[in-house]
Design a protein around this ligand. Structure first.
Ligand SMILES: [Zn+2]
Length: 320
């Protein structure tokens, strides 16, 4: 058993949401001032896996039982004064569980498929907080589950931070600002990244590909994060081995996604949604999650001719 808590400073406290907070050891190693407000947080899972986030300097690291310690997780343990031999012992102990990783969850198959594609670990923004009521209200209004590890920040503007994960490691993020000024989002995204792979379950046959992060969050879909799908994203999506249905935004830009989907031989769904609904997230807000998934499945087309016809119809409607 790997008990990360035993390596933490004696001065620490547990929050109701499962975080253990203590003075962050990372900041001084990263040119930031020493944390004295217990802004380091670690969230352990029952199996010994954990994720760390510094609410002060933004450093993130995580450990998944059955996998090698990542570079950032090793650094964190060093900064916590864990001796090198002990770090190696943790790594070996973890690898002993390699075969059972995933048997613990329903994501085994997805985890294995994702392991072939790697992204660099990234930090989250500095100076974040747990979600406050304003942010929670915003997310509830957009019909996304508060189970996702969102964060909140106030500088330079108030916004919800949405970590981008791949195989449960943080590899980027986007911030959705809560005032409606532009830009509405800022992103730290790596080329070829697809959001939402960690939302997929092993027994799912279909992957629904959408444009935006909120579209993906509201139906557990995959988001390509713009109105195009680059070749690296195609490889990642194909590696999941699912039937793919692309659901474009119903606007001019979204129609580019339709052409790309046809080129790739993927299905396309352009449901006849109520007036004013232009993307999956709008649809979920109006029709609910199940209702939206039904409209997507019912309107799914594989025939190139039928897709072109439906696109023409939509374009015509957009221009009137
Ligand atoms: Zn820090």
């Amino acid at each position: 058993m790997i008990d990360v808590v035993s390596f933490l400073p004696a001065k620490r406290k547990q929050t109701s949401s499962g975080w253990i907070s203590f003075n962050a050891p990372c900041c001084i190693h990263r040119g930031d001032t020493q944390d004295k407000r217990q802004r380091g947080g670690i969230k352990p899972s029952p199996d010994g896996s954990w994720s760390y986030h510094c609410f002060n300097c933004g450093y993130t690291a995580s450990f998944v039982l059955g996998r090698n310690l990542t570079f950032k997780a090793r650094k964190l343990l060093e900064w916590l004064n864990v001796p090198t031999e002990e770090i190696e012992r943790i790594n070996l102990e973890s690898l002993k569980h390699k075969s059972i990783e995933g048997l613990l969850g329903e994501r085994q198959e997805v985890i294995q498929r994702l392991q072939s594609i790697e992204f660099e670990d990234r930090d989250l923004p500095a100076e974040t907080q747990e979600l406050n009521e304003l942010a929670k209200e915003y997310l509830q209004k957009r019909c996304v589950s508060l189970d996702y590890p969102f964060l909140y920040k106030t500088m330079p503007r108030r916004g919800v931070v949405i970590p981008f994960t791949h195989n449960n490691q943080v590899v980027g993020h986007t911030t959705r600002f809560l005032d409606d000024r532009t830009p509405r989002y800022i992103q730290d995204i790596q080329s070829g990244y697809v959001f939402g792979t960690d939302l997929q379950k092993s027994n799912w046959q279909t992957a629904i590909v959408v444009e935006g992060v909120f579209d993906a969050l509201s139906i557990n879909g995959l988001a390509v994060l713009h109105a195009e799908i680059n070749d690296a994203q195609v490889r990642l999506i194909r590696s999941l081995g699912r039937e793919v249905v692309v659901v474009p935004d119903q606007d001019e830009a979204g129609m580019k996604l339709v052409d790309r989907a046809v080129e790739l031989g993927w299905s396309v769904s352009m449901p006849d949604w109520p007036a004013g609904v232009k993307d999956v997230n709008d649809a979920v807000i109006q029709l609910g999650r199940l209702g939206t998934l039904l409209t997507i499945m019912q309107s799914r087309e594989t025939s190139k001719i039928k897709i072109e016809l439906r696109k023409k119809q939509l374009v015509k409607r957009l221009r009137t």
